[in-house]
Design a protein around this ligand. Structure first.
Ligand code: SF4
Length: 339
């Protein structure tokens, strides 16, 4: 049965009209589903009509892991028993929820635990939205208050641009003012550079974009992100250069810093050539090891040294503080136990 969470507000309105119900009820229902508001009730008859067609089920929390740094990782079970991980990351009294877009991932990045799983299936928009609703209501119960809606990053399991239609459907619901009303600047989508999906970016709202760059050299990047063989940096940048950016909008370039691999002066020089004329912020992420990983994390001196190399080359650079690595919830460490 289709999920009620897969419907946009206009789709819900059309359904109600077809069933001789008032379209106004769609807004009330959206507030029930997404804002937990119970100011106006919906008649049992309407609920019955909806329940004959749609499921109200959400992903179930199978396990919760908490890090002393405040990161919370959920293993969520979907209707078919498959599982995905969702992470709540604290940041300055707010939380960001890191959503998965697929069960597993087809991209097979060599630094990523999810990449070792292969792709099991795409998530439906309702399953992407469901992760958010479940994580946000867990947070509300934990804190006993109604926290500000968490920001969203599509950086969990899966390549979001390999599942564009469902991700677009989820964005529509996330940004609906009658529902969650999350602003485009509160949402970041990160891609490994899956070019067929990048060519559809024009269909997306103006959310923040991040590219997993990790090396300015095709040869090294190919080792880290195998799809770079088919979609090299030249083509990726051509696609990115066509993305319209607002005045103060930048594209974030994620740079997983791996000891001895991509932390050399040549890397900094090449990054300068590639990014100095673009609206770019480089986000250095010291590599997070996972069981069986072949790479080493650089020590903090090496991280600082590489950051200084970039700053000297006038590149906007920051270092991402690693959160949740003790519970395998940091970047590249997600892997559901059962798929
Ligand atoms: S880094 Fe992202 S795109 Fe690459 S394998 Fe992991 S989940 Fe997939």
């Amino acid at each position: 049965m289709e999920s009620i969470y897969s419907l946009t507000l206009s789709e819900l309105k059309s359904f109600l009209v077809k069933k001789d119900q008032s379209p106004e009820l769609a807004q009330i229902l959206f507030q029930h589903l997404y804002k937990n508001k119970k100011t106006q009730s919906i008649s049992p008859k309407t609920i019955e009509i909806l329940k004959t067609q749609y499921s109200f089920d959400l992903p179930e929390i199978e396990t919760v892991s908490k890090s002393p740094d405040g990161t919370i990782k959920f293993l969520m079970k979907l209707h078919d028993g498959k599982t995905v991980e969702t992470v709540l990351i604290p940041f300055h009294k707010r939380f960001t929820v890191c959503l998965s877009s697929q069960v597993g991932c087809a991209m097979k990045c060599s630094f990523c635990y999810t990449g070792t799983m292969g792709l099991s299936r795409h998530l439906k928009s309702s399953e992407i939205i469901g992760q958010y609703v479940v994580a946000a209501s867990y947070l509300a119960k934990e804190t006993g208050t109604k926290p500000v809606s968490p920001n969203i990053v599509f950086m969990g399991q899966g390549e979001p641009l390999h599942n564009t239609e469902e991700v677009l459907g989820a964005l529509d619901v996330f940004m609906e003012p009658m529902g969650l009303g999350i602003g485009p600047r509160q949402i970041t989508l990160s891609t490994a550079g899956y070019l067929p999906g990048m060519k559809k970016l024009a269909k997306f709202p103006q959310i923040n974009l991040a590219l997993s760059l990790h090396s300015p050299f095709n040869e090294t990047r190919k080792e880290l992100i195998p799809i770079n063989q088919h979609y090299p940096l030249e083509d990726i940048f051509e696609a990115l250069d066509n993305v319209p950016l607002m005045k103060r909008q930048f594209i974030t370039y994620e740079y997983l810093l791996i000891d001895g691999l991509n932390d050399r002066i040549e890397d900094a020089d090449e990054l300068k050539k590639l990014l100095s004329k673009r609206k770019a912020i480089i986000n250095i992420i010291p590599f997070n090891p996972f069981p069986g990983s072949q790479y080493r994390r650089p020590d903090s001196q090496k991280v600082d040294y590489f950051k200084d190399l970039l700053v000297e080359r006038s590149l906007r650079t920051m270092v991402r503080t690693t959160k949740g690595s003790d519970i395998l919830a940091a970047c590249g460490q997600l892997k559901s136990k059962t798929v």
